[in-house]
Ligand binder design. Structure first.
Ligand code: NAG
Ligand code: NAG
Ligand code: NAG
Ligand code: NAG
Ligand code: NAG
Ligand code: ZN
Length: 953
């Protein structure tokens, strides 16, 4: 699955371009998301803990356990489903169906457990199913059946035993609701040419196939699926495999189409999919290719050419992955479908991938480069799963990190192949590595993998889909590929895929194959792949490597952002890692070195006068680096004289590492600030973005204080050359330069570079004159809207509001909604806050994020906090129940708090509202953060002000 339900990394890229306001929402969100997870201690920890987890007492009866027993194994399903695209007589959308599953008995048993959730099963002679023997086996009679709600089973007790080696067939007939809950077999709606259309579609991952038909709903219970769909004339039915035949019958007085699909390959239930819609499609028939590639979407969207880009890149990407995995595409077709209602970013159903519209459709006229990159990387991610994840599947959800981390890593390789000029591989540093650092440097983090027995309930499974699994997973797999070298990595990978095709694995199976590949190529590793990698996946966090270039000593320590935090999760590796070190001395890359101890002497890292050391070259390792001050000085000197000697992503690393070290009180804040001085000559997006997100905290802390003027003066000095470059030349820009330009224009307006605010206002006024002819570059829209509304008044705001109300493209509406919060006019901000209470003005789903945008505006901050408190009853009633956005709201309104007075307000609020529902943890965190901010301000304010004053002079 691709992220989307919390935050996608490309959105972070786009948001950064929008300007400071939006960037924050992102960082806030991703951190908040990780905080939602259970605290480290209580859950027992991973395999890497010394203390054995105390498991809850094992339930007595098999149907009280969440895992299926190992007595039966499914082989073949034959499923017929009929979704009704009109309400029934009770005003409900339903689907009906019947299904058989042939299974083989592995161990003697008189019990059948099969998953079934929210299905109404028809009874036959008093039982919810019928059982027959296959190939001459005699089936025992059914004693009793019932539905076990909590564990989501249909339980069937038999009067006799099933015999090992014999096969049986279970038949069920059922009815379910085609609800709009985005889970299982569900309903999506949209309007086209004034007509309301219903789409029946599916989302099975992780545990929702059981909502569509009774099945053995675990990833290792692979089987062949034979699917038949019934649907109205004029609609098209799709499933994982190609359709074999379509017949028309007359049923209940109406014509009904029956589409039968070819049997699938042997596969897991969570990647099943079936869709009935009136979507259109475009397709590509490549000569010589046996794979049929199609894009499905609303007909209107395809007419506007919005599917073309996806179709263009898909074939190129499939070819790349075939070659990368050294395995042909396992299926004969690849359908990709854009759905109006979809929860995640996308879902890798085998042969029938489903997407949010914004993750698949690209409009050449209105979409930005960021939108395009999102489409490209999400497609790459999902296609990567067609082999890794779908063809070979992890046995259980505790290893989800390997599936998702892998796809999150190789998506950059697939995307790079399709758009080689974008240098997209570098984006992993901010997209995943630094994102993972941000959550993995808290003691509340957790190891990548967990014990299989620790993940059982559906909610425990869904908690596995977090930043650690995706982004840290990607970062450590990239590190592995880098230290083995790509040829060795892909060799091991391909032998793993060949051995386990259509089957299941655990993570150590991959280590085995990589180990074999390393041995066969004569690669010399200090330890086995198992020994090296287990330290990275069985213990949380990552090392800070400190190099003293005066002596050549290197040491490592567990890096934590809060130096006072107490780690209460023990690790058998004692928070030490085996660290692969790629490094550079002056301009020359050196041989890879391994740091295998806590502290070691390594003579070559001793530097003479004028020499500098740069470690973690290309940020290929998952760790941060600190040096003696002298080496920092020499790096700064190099950056000022010729920064291009240092690779782009290391320039970003230097900034990001230094600011994090300063936050952890390992390096002084002024040293961290000095990493930004060379930016005056920097044109690359990634280092700018690193500086931007690092300085975000400074904006929050200082934009209400006397420091702010000096800070803006300094930043203005940095950004002016870039702004001038972009506004005096109209040469076509590369992909990343488009991002840099957005960032430069935004920062220029914020800092008041001469002409910048006039420029954006001019563009906006031009649009106001011709509302139906918006000529603003899509890549600058977010910046222009926000900055123009900030620089303008009521007239600009009202125009923006009208355009928001009239917007027909979701991404355009989103830009405007965020931009309207940029105004500096108090009464406009207060009126906008009031709008969030009126669902006819701001949709309920958008209310809390809108309040958050307003809180991010320095003028709106205090209004938002007052509003939050005065409208408390309404806000709590609407959002307090259990939703994630409520916590986000508390975080947003208190983000700037850094005074005793504000801390007291939070404490008062907590005292007056003992029952905060889902916001309880967020409020405690807000209090903690405010306390930390007060401390930080006391230590740094004067220092930072003096520094900005000196540097901006
Ligand atoms: C699947 O079920 C349909 C009826 O629902 C039947 O016509 C067909 O023969 C079955 N196919 C297999 C392979 O069992
Ligand atoms: C299932 O049965 C329950 C109880 O009879 C009923 O309320 C519900 O509407 C039924 N659901 C469907 C989808 O038929
Ligand atoms: C798709 O590819 C064709 C041919 O290479 C090209 O002309 C077209 O511009 C591409 N479309 C998009 C949206 O990239
Ligand atoms: C799947 O892998 C297991 C363990 O390696 C093996 O015993 C089994 O035969 C394999 N099954 C298939 C269908 O390849
Ligand atoms: C926006 O929509 C309203 C109502 O449909 C319409 O009156 C108005 O002219 C539209 N504005 C523009 C600029 O298209
Ligand atoms: Zn995925």
């Amino acid at each position: 699955m691709s992220q989307g339900f919390y935050i996608s990394k490309t959105v972070a890229v786009i948001a950064a371009v929008v300007g400071i306001a939006a960037a924050v929402t992102i960082f806030g969100l991703s951190v908040a998301y990780s905080k939602q997870k259970p605290p480290a201690g209580g859950e027992g920890g991973g395999e890497g803990t010394l203390v054995a987890p105390t498991p809850p007492p094992e339930p007595k009866e098999p149907w009280e356990r969440y895992r299926l027993p190992d007595t039966l194994s499914p082989v073949h399903y034959n499923i017929t489903l009929w979704p009704r695209l009109e309400k029934d007589e009770h005003g409900m959308y339903i689907f009906t169906g019947h299904s058989t599953v042939d299974f083989v008995c592995v161990k003697t048993t008189d019990l059948i457990l099969i998953h079934s959730h929210q299905l109404n099963l028809t009874k036959f002679s008093g039982h919810h199913a019928t059982l027959t023997g296959l190939d001459g086996a005699a089936a025992p009679t059914i004693k009793t059946t019932w539905l076990q709600q909590k564990t989501q089973y249909l339980v069937i007790q038999l009067n006799g035993k099933l015999v090992p080696g014999k096969s049986y067939q279970l038949y069920t007939k059922f009815q379910g609701e085609l609800a709009d809950d985005l889970e299982g077999f569900y309903r999506s709606e949209y309007t086209e040419n004034g007509i309301r259309r219903i789409v029946a579609t599916t989302q099975m991952q992780a545990t929702y196939a059981r909502k569509a038909f009774p099945c053995f709903d675990e990833p290792a219970m692979k089987a062949i699926f034979h699917i038949t769909l019934m649907h109205p004339p004029g609609t098209k039915a799709l499933a994982n495999s190609r359709d074999a035949e379509i017949n028309t019958v007359s049923l209940e007085g109406k014509d009904v189409l029956i589409t039968t699909f070819e049997p699938t390959e042997r596969m897991s239930t969570y990647i099943l999919a079936f869709i009935v819609s009136d979507f259109g499609s475009i397709k590509k028939d490549e000569t010589g290719s046996t794979t049929m590639v199609r894009i499905w979407a609303r007909k209107k969207a395809l007419e506007l050419g919005q599917g073309d880009y996806a179709l263009n890149v898909t074939l190129r990407m499939l070819e790349f992955f075939e070659q990368y995995y050294n395995t042909s595409y396992p299926l004969t077709k690849s359908d990709q479908v854009a759905l109006p209602d979809f929860n995640a970013g996308a879902m890798e159903n085998w042969g029938l991938i489903t997407y949010r519209e914004t993750s698949l459709l690209y409009d050449p006229h209105t979409s930005s480069e960021g939108n395009k990159e999102r489409v490209l990387t999400v497609i790459a991610h999902e296609l990567a799963h067609m082999w890794f994840g779908n063809l070979v599947t992890l046995r259980w959800w505790n290893d989800l990190w390997l599936n998702e981390g892998f796809a999150s890593y190789v998506e950059y390789l697939g995307a790079n192949h399709a758009e080689p000029s974008w240098h997209i591989k570098d984006m992993i540093v901010q997209g995943d590595v630094q994102r993972a650092f941000a959550v993995d440097s808290f003691v509340s983090s957790h190891p990548l993998t967990r014990g299989e027995e620790e993940v059982n309930k559906p909610e425990e499974i869904s908690q596995m889909f977090d930043t650690i699994s995706y982004s840290k997973g990607a970062a450590v797999l990239r590190m592995l590929s880098e230290f083995l070298s790509e040829p060795v990595f892909v060799r091991g990978l391909s032998s793993y895929l060949h051995q386990f095709a259509f089957n299941n694995t655990v993570y150590s199976d991959l280590w085995d194959h990589l180990e074999k590949a390393a041995l066969s190529t004569g690669l010399n590793l200090p330890y086995t792949v198992h020994e090296i990698m287990n330290r990275w996946i069985l213990q949380m966090g990552f090392p800070l490597v400190t190099i003293d270039t005066a002596t050549g000593s290197i040491s490592q320590q567990h890096f934590l952002l809060d130096p006072d935090a107490v780690v209460d999760r023990p690790s058998i590796y004692n928070y030490e890692w085996i660290v692969p070190m790629k490094w550079m001395k002056n301009r020359v890359e050196q041989d890879q070195h391994w740091l295998t101890e806590k502290r070691a002497m390594f003579e070559p890292m001793r530097a003479e006068e004028g020499e500098w050391i740069l470690a973690n070259l290309n940020v290929s390792g998952y760790y941060r680096v600190n040096y003696d001050l002298q080496n920092w000085e020499r790096l700064f000197a190099q950056l000022s004289s010729d920064h291009q000697v240092i690779p782009i992503i290391n320039r970003a690393q230097i900034i990001d590492d230094a600011f994090s070290l300063a936050k952890g009180r390992i390096l002084s804040t002024t040293v961290a600030l000095r990493t930004t001085k060379y930016l005056m000559r920097e044109q690359e997006y990634i280092p700018w973005q690193a500086a931007f997100s690092s300085l975000y905290y400074f904006f929050q802390m200082f934009d209400r204080t006397e420091v702010y003027g000096s800070m803006l003066a300094y930043l203005k000095k940095l950004v002016r050359p870039l702004y001038v470059k972009f506004t005096t030349s109209d040469r076509p820009l590369s992909h990343t330069m488009v991002y840099t330009r957005g960032l430069a224009v935004s920062l220029a307006c914020t800092t008041g570079v001469a002409g910048s605010n006039e420029l954006v206002l001019g563009m906006f006024h031009q649009w106001m004159k011709e509302p139906n002819n918006n000529r603003i570059d899509p890549n600058l829209k977010s910046t222009v809207y926000c900055k123009a509304i900030a620089a303008g008044g009521e007239e600009e705001w009202d125009f923006g509001w009208e355009m928001l109300r009239n917007a027909t493209v979701a991404s355009e509406a989103a830009r405007l909604r965020s931009a309207l919060a940029c105004t500096k006019v108090p009464w406009l901000l207060n009126r906008y806050l009031e709008y969030t209470l009126d669902p006819t003005k701001i949709r309920k789903q958008d209310a809390t994020s809108t309040i958050g945008y307003i809180a991010n505006n320095v003028v709106g901050q205090s209004f938002a906090w007052d509003f939050f408190r005065s409208k408390w009853d309404y806000i709590f009633k609407e959002f307090g129940g259990g939703s994630f956005s409520f916590s986000h709201l508390i975080t947003a309104v208190s983000r700037r708090f850094s005074t005793e007075f504000e801390l007291q307000q939070l404490l008062d609020f907590k005292r007056d509202h003992p029952d905060l529902g889902s916001g309880k943890a967020a409020l405690s965190q807000a209090i903690e953060k405010t306390t930390a901010n007060i401390k930080w301000m006391a230590e740094n304010k004067k220092l930072v002000m003096d520094w900005f004053d000196t540097e901006s002079a």
